[in-house]
Design a protein around this ligand. Structure first.
Ligand SMILES: Nc1ncnc2c1ncn2[C@@H]1O[C@H](COP(=O)(O)OP(=O)(O)OP(=O)(O)O)[C@@H](O)[C@H]1O
Ligand SMILES: [Mg+2]
Length: 210
């Protein structure tokens, strides 16, 4: 596990600038390479990573003792969180999954996921708990969040799928107040030398590479 603490700079969305064409191109290329790498992992490697993640979260007091935690269901070769979800349920933690916000485009809702939750498929074909049947929690009440990464670097920068969903939904973490610990979850093979960063990228508490 690589874990470190990074301070969050105070930048607001008003500071966001248009990224240069070369940065966009670099990010596009990195996303394609890293997504291909994680999709190419064997079933055994995926299973090992899922079990490692479960152990890493079990050893992380900021996650283990958090009452309200958010994880995700894996897609596109992402680290499988299911063993960690089962573990969280067994400890009595409430687990939430991201759901595309139907009102504010580009934002996420967090909706409770239980073993018997009614699910639906979103426009990306990803399963989400149906918010008509499961409880929603404002993101600021989450205590720990495991976010999927496409790539990360040793300085703790993250590259996501490119939608800006997590960046927008956790922008409030730049401001004063209680905020969740944000843990970026990835396979070890997703580490790169140096990622291009943008003013709107949210800062992670730590990266957990499984
Ligand atoms: N707080 C924000 N407000 C408005 N637009 C934003 C914000 N954060 C990100 N965006 C927009 O989202 C787009 C994608 O951002 P970026 O390339 O950082 O995606 P990402 O970090 O890979 O995605 P994600 O956050 O879903 O993992 C950018 O064009 C950016 O302008
Ligand atoms: Mg970003």
């Amino acid at each position: 596990m690589t874990a470190a603490q990074w301070g969050a700079p105070t930048i607001t969305s008003a500071d966001t600038q248009n990224p240069s064409a070369s940065t966009l191109q670099q990010k596009r290329q990195l996303r394609s390479q890293m997504r291909q790498a994680r999709r190419g992992l064997s079933k055994t490697a995926q299973k090992r990573a899922a079990n490692r993640l479960k152990q890493q979260l079990n050893q992380n007091p900021h996650f283990k003792y958090a009452q309200h935690v958010a994880l995700y269901l894996p897609n596109d070769g992402e680290v499988d969180t299911f063993p960690a979800i089962l573990q969280a349920w067994s400890y009595g933690q409430k687990v939430y999954l991201p759901v595309l916000d139907p009102i504010r485009k580009g934002f996420l809702w967090f909706v409770e996921y239980r073993a018997d939750s009614r699910m639906r498929s979103n426009r990306f074909g990803i399963a989400e708990p149906d918010p008509g049947f499961n409880r929603r929690i404002p993101a600021r009440f989450l205590r720990a969040v495991g976010l999927p990464l496409v790539a990360f670097d040793s300085a703790g920068n993250r590259l996501g799928m490119g939608g800006g969903f997590y960046d927008r939904s956790f922008e409030f973490c730049r401001h004063q107040g209680t905020k969740p610990n944000l843990f970026g979850l990835a396979h070890q093979c997703q580490e790169v030398n140096e990622l291009p960063t943008e003013s709107w990228d949210i800062q992670l508490t730590a990266i957990i590479a499984s």
